[in-house]
Design a protein around this ligand. Structure first.
Ligand SMILES: [Zn+2]
Length: 223
């Protein structure tokens, strides 16, 4: 399988400047603090691998994907609240490419094969590439439906609120939809509200997912 570049910004800097308060933050400090600005609480975009580490609390196995790194998309399987689960994190994608769609498919198929719930944490997609394959889109919808038919829980967590609408063009929302909302998140009603089960700050997302999985494993029908 051809490996494709999984990052759109190759400039490496040890410091990041907050777009809200203009304070500089050491990149390792940001990573330790879930990519939250320690000065004003601003939400930096969180790379995919740290997102998996945050939710799984470091206890997971990465699922191999056809990508050279794990900055934009990363998938893993691990245990949360006693439930085996497959989780995929999609960071801010400026342009969706075929290899990204392949990675989504591989992850869904992994969850089907392992008979686990599927959690997709995504900041959405800015731009769908013209040659994005309709066949891929259809296959993703079919695989998600196959997963659902097995009575397996699907949870969507949407981040970077202003980008979330475009996600639904390629990825069906799950049984439950959580939205990560920062201190300056839009508090006004939006069209998204009708699809959202819960808004929560970043630091509470792992606990919420854990509670959902506990609830699901107690109440599940026969798989
Ligand atoms: Zn700040």
């Amino acid at each position: 399988m051809v490996k494709t570049k999984n990052t759109q910004n190759t400039s490496i800097s040890l410091w990041k400047k907050c777009e809200d308060c203009s304070e500089f933050e050491f990149i390792q400090t940001l990573a330790r603090n879930d990519y939250l600005c320690q000065h004003c609480g601003h939400y930096y975009s969180m790379p995919a691998l740290p997102r998996l580490k945050q939710i799984f609390q470091d206890r997971f196995e990465k699922i191999p994907l056809p990508l050279v790194d794990d900055i934009l998309i990363c998938s893993g399987e691990g245990t949360i609240s006693g439930s085996q689960v497959v989780l995929m994190a999609i960071s801010r994608l400026d342009e969706l490419q075929i290899e990204h769609l392949d990675s989504l498919l591989i992850t869904i198929q992994h969850a089907i094969a392992a008979k686990t719930p599927l959690i997709v944490i995504s900041s959405g997609i800015n731009h769908l590439k013209a040659e994005t394959s309709l066949a891929h889109m259809a296959q993703i919808a079919i695989e998600m439906d196959s997963h659902k038919q097995m009575n397996l829980l699907q949870v969507s967590v949407l981040t970077d609120g202003d980008m979330t609408d475009s996600l639904s063009t390629i990825f069906p929302l799950g049984d439950l939809t959580l939205v990560e909302r920062g201190p300056k998140g839009n508090q006004h009603a939006t069209t998204l509200d009708a699809f959202v089960d819960c808004y929560a700050p970043r630091t509470e997302i792992p606990t919420l997912i854990s509670q959902l999985l506990s609830w699901s494993s107690v109440n599940k029908l026969d798989y």
